[in-house]
Design a protein around this ligand. Sequence first.
Ligand code: FAD
Length: 457
Amino acid sequence: DKRIHIVGGGMAGSEAAWQAVNLGIPVTIHEMRPQVETFAHRTGNLAEMVCSNSFRSDDDEQNAVGLLHWEMRQAGGLIMEMADAHQLPAGGALAVDRDAFSQGVTDRLRAHPLVTVEAGEIDRLPDADDGQWIIATGPLTSGALASAIRAETGQDSLAFFDAIAPIVYADSIDMDIAWLQSRYDKGDTEEERTAYINCPMTKAEHEAFIDALLAADKAEFHEGETAGYFDGCLPIEVMAERGRETLRHGPMKPIGLTNAHKPDEKAYAVVQLRRDNALGTLYNIVGFQTKMKYGAQTEVFRMIPGLQNARFARLGGIHRNTFLNSPTLLDDQMRLRSRPNLRFAGQITGVEGYVESAAMGLLAGRLATQELLGDPLPPVPADTAMGALLTHITGGAEAKTFQPMNVNFGLFRPIDAKGGRRGRRDRYKAYTDRAKTAWREWLGLPEPTVSDIAADA
Ligand code: FAD
């Protein structure tokens, strides 16, 4: 039987189903709601938006998530079609009427002759001879299925929480203040001995920083979120509350480091950043997971000398989130290496957000369908937003510190600056132009004609 089973009818599962049926392959969507509920979902509808009603920026020339919108529209994505149909005015952002949106997705899928929706929780992994499956059960994957996945992948390969330290664009760090060095110059190679970026603080800067940390606005934990969690992964503001010197003896300890710009000055505290991707374009602030609100984080972290102009690829956070250590577990076709008839899609693969999750559903749906049809797809081009995300989760990210990620230009292969440095707008436009050509080619769409371009403008 040529059929794809999809577990979870959320953002990713709904899009995966749509892609498959439009290529002629029947699907069964297994969705546990409304019989089994999560703490965040409210309805039994498919593709429910659990929190904000925004798909973020719709700018497909200057913004990576806007580019992802564009790529999904080109691929006939249902999530984007319904988002466009139920759009609300929101400036440059794509905000939607959440109820009409998820009702729209639900109606379209249920009305399709190749779609079957089966209600009920799936509590085990299918066998190798059970055909093609896509697991898209999201950040709130049910406990029974999570246990089954853990049994297959190993204890440490499935996380239940995000404790995210903020991630900074490397080119926004002031290297006239910060310097490269690993603590005690540890490492066998020059690369290892300079694996960290260090930001020094004087006593006065440290005191002001701790004051700001203690005073900052913090988000509350959801019910049940903290259970069994806090060992070894405290938010920095909680550490600071335990004592003003706690951080200086923890992640901000100044020992084993010499300021390359002022070798005679002993820093009172040092904030370290660790490389976050193979390209070296992103760095995370070590040990700085936090529940500070986003506005407060930007303000407080820019007090760190060297980060005064920092731009953030993502801010810190701590919340319930089930996700795989995808870089070690999934191949570039999103298949579980140990069980190639299983694909994973959506937030459980380590992407973050409605759009990114739907995007990974779109890919998984297409990849599974073409494999079933005996006509597997070539690798997703790395220069597209889709490909940048996929490359990140299946190999580009450091497996040891793997944390879920929004799409951002830091994940893209740098553009050669022909004829000198390019401005940021110019660079982003070059990324999105390059991506659009590669994506249309991968989809097998013709080059846009002059009149298409005029109509677009
Ligand atoms: P989901 O959309 O969650 O879909 C997974 C589906 O699988 C659900 O319908 C669930 O009921 C079902 N399921 C789970 N286990 C089983 C099982 N064993 N058997 C059958 N079905 C199962 N993203 C944003 O972009 N903006 C936000 O503001 C935002 N806020 C969030 C707030 C919270 C509290 C949470 C938890 C997440 C938030 N996210 C937000 C992330 C957002 O949930 C995801 O990005 C997106 O919904 C993930 O899509 P998905 O398809 O992977 O998972």
